[in-house]
Design a protein. Sequence first.
Length: 271
Amino acid sequence: MKKYLDLVNKVLTEGEEKNDRTNTGTLSIFGTQTKYDLREGFPLLTTKKVFFSSVVRELLWFLKGATNIHDGLSEYTSIWDSWADENGDLGPIYGYQWRFWEKFVWDENAKKYQKEHVDQIKQVIDLIKTTPDSRRLIVSAWNVADLDQMKLPPCHSFFQFYVNDKRLDCQLYQRSADVALGVPFNIASYSLLLMMVAQECSLTPGIFTHTIGDAHIYLNHVEGLKEQLKRDILPLPRVTISKKPFFDLLYEDITLHDYQHGPFIKFPIAV
């Protein structure tokens, strides 16, 4: 994962010191892009341990449209606990927008608009299968009308698929990226999603392109990242997925193989 370490080094050496919402302070750069070829291995960071189980749990939680941490997430991982309210609710975040984006359709009989929902994930999979050359293979979590109801507005906000012969690529636009904690997780999550969609569409997973707006390192993460830069880069692991329909996939259907990694580094979360 030299490409990730190159991003870390770039932010450390070129980043502008800025204030932020959490009052922690950051080093920040704007407008980065990194490509990860999944044919070379699964892009899970090896210079520190990344908890792949949490990556899988969160992604499957998103994909069922869940917005409450007690709906199959909090018993396995605490990654969203800091933002949830006292009932565990997070508002209409990623999963809701992916599966239940609200739209209003005029009902001629009732003479009023009726609320319906758009399942963007199903829609984009169907479109890949039927119209692979479409330039509309897009899923968005950035619903302006719902932002105020979300406990945390989407950081990874917009992604697009691209079919190249029998290969499926994916590009993510991330408006805000915590380089130490968030980015390794985001790379793994969207690479796994790319693999899952590619399998459903009988395509080969290709390149995941990670485009970031504000790429930042919190000041209290600097020393931990400098330690990572000193570590050896190890061979990438592999991931296998059971041959099942996309929406039937469960946690136990996704397996990580041959994961070698350096020791875990604890970074404080900025809330």
